[in-house]
Design a protein around this ligand. Structure first.
Ligand code: GTP
Ligand code: MG
Length: 200
């Protein structure tokens, strides 16, 4: 995977119409602050193309990043961000449902989970939701790898796999947006998916 061109094609608010897209979509889901936007920046090799913040709730739109005119990385707003209030959260839940329901282009769903902790109740709910709404088992990216000791990595991956009740072939990749560990493997997966489906 070589990143040649990136463009933020669509930014959807909570009431926006869904765009009629024609490229395969790789959707990123994960709780607020888990590192979705940081993942995108690492993936596209830019420092701050996607806005990141240590304050949860930075991304409050659905962002479609057009990569190489070949596919979209779709950044969903983080779930579990309470400060917006229950009404706003409910609206977003409906918008995200609508997106999963209507999009014909979803190729893979990638769920980001913090490698340091057990999955939260919302992480578990999202994992199950993705499986039922898209029919795909999500690819799981375990973020903030640089924040745990190397000796803990294997154990954490297995703990999280168990908690999710994920099958042995559910792909899980430990990743750091700081050190870029895991990125080559992620590129390989994208390449394989795009090649297999002759999408490029
Ligand atoms: P929302 O937009 O609120 O949904 O959050 P997000 O999932 O997009 O998270 P974001 O990328 O903004 O990252 C949240 C915080 O975690 C920021 O302070 C990042 O710098 C930090 N962060 C993200 N990934 C990593 C990582 O791999 N390592 C370290 N050390 N920090 C990270
Ligand atoms: Mg974000």
């Amino acid at each position: 995977m070589k990143i040649q061109k990136v463009n933020l094609d669509y930014v959807l608010g909570v009431n926006s119409e869904l765009p009629k897209t024609e490229k395969p979509e790789f959707v990123l889901a994960g709780r607020s602050n888990v590192g979705k936007s940081s993942f995108i920046n690492a993936f596209i090799n830019r420092k701050a193309y996607a806005r990141t913040s240590s304050t949860p709730g930075k991304t409050r739109t659905i962002n479609f990043y057009n990569i190489n005119d070949a596919f979209y990385l779709v950044d969903l707003p983080g779930y579990g961000y309470a400060a917006t209030g229950p009404v706003e959260q409910e609206k977003w839940a409906r918008m995200i449902n609508r997106y999963f329901d209507r999009s014909q282009q979803i190729e893979e769903v990638i769920q980001l989970i913090d490698i340091r902790h057990d999955p939260t109740a919302l992480d578990l709910e999202m994992f199950r939701y993705i499986t039922s709404a898209t029919g795909y088992e999500p690819i799981v990216i375990l973020t903030k790898l640089d924040k745990i000791k190397r000796s803990q990595v294997k154990k954490q991956i297995e703990t999280i796999r168990k908690a999710l009740n994920a099958t042995a072939d559910c792909t899980m990749i430990a990743f750091s947006a700081e050190s870029k560990q895991g990125l080559d493997e992620i590129y390989r997966i994208f390449d394989t998916v795009l090649d297999t489906n002759q999408l490029t």
